[in-house]
Design a binder for this molecule. Structure first.
Ligand code: MN
Length: 302
């Protein structure tokens, strides 16, 4: 007998974490309850907040096996990387850095320092076959938008109602910013072959029939056809991410994604020894971050 299960819905609390410069951020992925949504393997939400005296200061650090995806909502951040890119990102823009076999970068508040900061940074695990691809960086100054029943959707990744994001990813993924500035109700199409996550970035809303405050990630398993979103007069800004379930073996430690504990240990040792593979960021005063050592072999699923 076939048992038809209702599509899975899960509420996952975010955790607070510290970024360089003393910024407190909310981390929605990974969590004990859920490590991945599609190939999305990391989701930090910073702000909206007034920047303190030091601003954002994330010193040089490496990445492997992933793409970092930054969605800027308020303020500005200066990205510098070991390929030589120096890119200011402003509201409405995306920075996409492909780490592949190895890259290093720093993320700093520019001078003069903008008073406010609001952004989401996500990581995308590369398919196992592309983990060793050459590093790359792309800045996307404009993303497609569409309006529907009081909401403005920005198509960050993938396709929504015929609008396609130019952001180049390597697995079937979706990422949308859904914003309303007044009371609104609408529904967005979902792909039944995708799993999804919804995070409130500002305001609050009723999402898929549940009241969703900031600080909770709503997970929707496979099989959903649409997402109903309702907000009150205060409006809301939501991030909706999704993708085909990621099936390659994957480990995440610090800033490294890889397929084995030995490969992660090698990246740690090479970065801490200043190996050529991660390049250089000359002329930066911000302190270089050290990779924490593994407490023991990592197992898939941790
Ligand atoms: Mn980084």
């Amino acid at each position: 007998m076939t048992v038809t299960r209702p599509p899975e819905v899960q509420r996952i609390p975010t955790k607070n974490a510290q970024l360089g410069g003393g910024l407190t951020i909310r981390r929605a992925l990974p969590s004990r309850q859920r490590r991945l949504i599609g190939a999305w393997c990391f989701l930090d939400h910073a702000g909206p907040t007034d920047l303190g005296a030091t601003g954002m200061r994330v010193g040089p650090h490496p990445h492997t096996g992933l793409q970092t995806f930054t969605w800027m909502i308020e303020g500005a951040v200066l990205h510098r990387d070991s390929l030589g890119y120096e890119q200011l990102i402003r509201p409405g823009q995306v920075n996409l850095m492909t780490a592949g076999q190895g890259i290093s970068h720093a993320e700093l508040s520019p001078e003069p320092r903008p008073p406010r900061l609001h952004l989401a940074q996500l990581w995308i695990a590369l398919p196992a076959t592309l983990r060793q691809m050459p590093p790359a960086f792309t800045h996307y100054p404009v993303l497609p938008q569409l309006q529907q029943e009081g909401f403005t959707a920005t198509v960050l990744v993938g396709e929504l109602l015929g609008r396609v994001s130019p952001v180049a990813v390597h697995s079937p993924l979706a990422g949308f910013d859904l914003t309303a500035t007044a009371a609104a109700t609408t529904q967005w199409p979902l792909r039944p072959d995708f799993e999804y996550g919804v995070l409130v970035l500002e305001g609050e809303a009723e999402v898929a029939g549940q009241h969703l405050p900031p600080g909770e990630l709503l997970y929707l398993g496979l099989g959903h056809q649409e997402l109903r979103v309702r907000c009150g007069h205060g409006g809301v800004r939501l991030l909706l991410i999704g993708g085909e379930p990621y099936t390659d073996e994957v480990l995440l430690w610090w800033n490294f994604v890889d397929g084995s504990s030995a490969a992660i240990a090698e990246s740690i040792a090479e970065w801490n020894a200043g190996a050529e593979r991660f390049g250089q960021l000359p002329g930066l005063e911000t302190e270089r971050l050290s990779a924490p050592l593994l407490p023991g072999p990592l197992k898939v699923g941790e």
